[in-house]
Design a protein around this ligand. Structure first.
Ligand SMILES: [Zn+2]
Length: 247
């Protein structure tokens, strides 16, 4: 078996593992491993459960596919950013494990790590990567920044990013981060409310949903929250006036 084939088999094995652990759903998450001149990555629009070695996409260092077949995921920029920033990194995982992702969705950075094993393995500070939406080109720079001084990061409004000298290490780091966040949620009595999407973010996501042919019903652009509040006040005043006149 060639080195490339062996690595594709490993990428697919960890992809299935992410699914089995319940850390991804639908087509979420991506797994990659560095090769000479680029990396191998799980394809877009395929469940991690079904990522067999033949489906794995070979990309150049900029994240463009170099072979025909599957396409890289829209989050490929995360992987490009990490490999550019950290020459020691050989594998990158992105997933949505529920507890760690809950903290990411709440957008509240984790307090300094207080559990000895986690402190030693992951470091005292687990960064929160800035919020980026699918296909946002700034994902590359934000991912590079997030792993500059850490091997794991929460991604605000999204999930987690973990890196390592091999897939097994990146996987164990993800497992530990999720386990720690689960314990933290118990100690804290919860995680908190999610940060809502802005109007611009909702408009961008609605556009992606429409383009993917998934949207049902009319396309109503998100109304600015301030405008919605004003509208509610106007309606309330009108109702009060009408009721007053009706007396
Ligand atoms: Zn994600």
């Amino acid at each position: 078996m060639s080195d490339q084939r062996r690595l594709a088999t490993e990428v697919s094995r960890f992809s299935v593992l992410l699914h089995e652990r319940g850390w991804v759903a639908n087509h979420d998450g991506n797994v990659s491993a560095r090769t000479s001149g680029g990396f191998l990555i799980t394809p877009t629009a395929v469940s991690k459960r079904l990522c067999a070695p033949d489906t794995i996409v070979r990309c150049d260092a900029a994240g463009s596919p170099v072979t025909r077949g599957g396409r890289p995921p829209s989050e490929v920029a995360l992987h490009v950013g990490v490999y550019e920033a950290r020459s020691d990194v050989q594998a990158v995982l992105h997933a949505h494990p529920p507890y760690a992702s809950a903290f990411a969705l709440a957008g509240r950075p984790l307090p300094p790590v207080s559990m000895p094993e986690v402190f030693v393995s992951l470091g005292e500070h687990i960064p929160m990567m800035a919020r980026v939406l699918p296909k946002d080109p700034s994902a590359r720079a934000h991912a590079a920044q997030a792993v500059a001084h850490a091997d794991v990061a929460l991604m605000a409004g999204n999930g987690v990013l973990t890196v390592g000298p091999d897939l097994e290490t990146a996987y164990l780091r993800l497992e530990l981060l999720e386990h720690y966040c689960r314990i933290l949620a118990i100690v804290q009595g919860g995680v908190g409310a999610p940060e809502p999407l802005s109007d611009a973010e909702r408009a961008h996501l609605l556009d992606l949903r429409v383009k993917a042919g998934l949207h049902r019903g009319p396309v109503v652009p998100p109304v600015a929250r301030a405008a919605q509040a004003d509208l509610r006040q106007v309606v309330a005043e009108e109702v009060r006036r009408a009721l007053g006149e009706a007396k």
